[in-house]
Design a binder for this molecule. Structure first.
Ligand code: KG4
Ligand code: ZN
Length: 347
């Protein structure tokens, strides 16, 4: 124990960031090292799974050494090692879990398997340690869009999910068609600030009246069609207006459903999570709408919204306290269901 503190290591490799962090007492960040592969995948316009795995394999020992060094912690002081075991790219997950299992076996440090969305949600407690379940969470990332009831730190109920594209995926695609490159979310966010959100009425998809599910492929296709027909007609397009109008079309739906879910299920706290939680307009509009209802909004700092090791450590710390440990046989689960399959991580 460093200065009498409980130390958790968190390892994340489910997509294109190799990230390892050390957290003290589940809230204090001692180090949070993130090695991003964005520059490598940029060339291909998206993440190439095979390339991601190879880079994780090469990077992980260096990220591990740096995380310990920056924290000023020796491995023997670590109380548990948390690792993302799913969902995500199979090969990418294998690199993180194989490394975590090897370190755990060699050092005798207990291992904790973490669900990637669970980690995104628990990123909130690093800066808001008084947040306690039950509360509602809106998870918006490159791979997921979910409205989730957090019943406990290891118990979740999915109220709604996307039926097609994740919201971050739609942002990335729209960025590509308006020529902003990869990864598109932050670029659309920045450009939209100079555009008119009401310039173009892109499709807003609410699905059935009572549904808390999402669908973003129709809005994404509407943007693609708009760009193609403008090109065919030789009409000038204002990319900032397209970015702002697209954003508006998805954000109003996200805000509408989040507020409705909180109201119907009677929650007075909502935690936003995932990479798209960095989006300035979503943060602003969701904050305003929830404030009107008297519902508190929690959002992690941007560095804790996109993939990182600190969120995995935050989840592992709380899982370990509840006795959820993994064995040396921990497998990877590319499609791990957060509601029904968390027990697979405790074997
Ligand atoms: O959570 P994350 O790092 O990875 C997944 O678990 O998927 O999320 C990455 C996603 C990407 O789609 C990226 O474009 C999006 O988050 N993103 C944003 C912003 N920053 C990152 N989307 C909109 N606005 C942003 N500022
Ligand atoms: Zn993520």
């Amino acid at each position: 124990m460093k200065y009498g503190k409980h130390i958790t290591m968190g390892i994340e490799s489910s997509c294109d960031e190799t990230a390892i962090a050390l957290l003290a007492d589940g809230t204090e960040i001692l180090s949070n090292v993130i090695s991003s592969q964005i520059e490598i995948h940029k060339e291909y316009g998206g993440v190439v799974p095979e390339i991601a795995s190879r880079h994780h394999l090469n990077n992980i020992p260096f990220v591990f050494d740096r995380a310990l060094k920056e924290a000023g912690v020796e491995l023997k002081e670590v109380d548990e090692i948390g690792v993302t075991a799913g969902p995500g790219l199979a090969g990418a997950l294998l690199m993180g879990t194989a490394f975590a299992k090897a370190v755990a076996a060699a050092s005798g440090i207990p291992l904790v398997g973490v669900h990637h969305i669970q980690a995104h949600i628990l990123a909130n407690v690093i800066e808001h340690p008084f947040l306690e379940p039950p509360f509602l969470s809106l998870v918006v990332s490159g791979g997921h869009t979910h409205l989730i009831e957090v019943e406990g730190w290891n118990k979740f109920r999915v109220l709604g999910a996307t039926r097609d594209d994740a919201v971050g995926e739609a942002y990335d695609k729209v960025a590509r068609v308006i020529g902003l490159g990869y990864p598109g979310g932050p670029k659309v966010d920045a450009l939209a600030k100079q555009g008119d959100p009401h310039a173009i009425e892109f499709k807003r998809v609410y699905l059935e009246k009572d549904s808390l599910d999402f669908s973003f492929s129709g809005t994404k296709t509407a943007v693609i069609n708009y760009m193609h027909s403008a090109e065919q007609r030789g009409e000038e397009v204002k990319p900032a207006d397209v970015a702002a109008s697209f954003q508006q079309a998805v954000i109003v739906v996200l805000v509408n459903k989040a507020v409705r879910a909180a109201r119907e299920a009677g929650y007075c706290e909502l935690a936003l999570a995932g990479g798209v939680a960095c989006n300035s307009e979503l943060r602003r509009q969701l904050g305003e709408a929830l404030a009107k209802e008297g519902i508190g909004l929690y959002i992690p700092s941007p560095i804790l919204c996109t993939d990182n090791g600190a969120m995995v450590a935050a989840a592992a710390y709380r899982k370990a306290r509840e006795g959820h440990y993994a064995s040396g046989r921990l497998d990877v689960f590319p499609n791990l269901n957060i509601e029904t399959q968390l027990d697979l991580l405790d074997r």
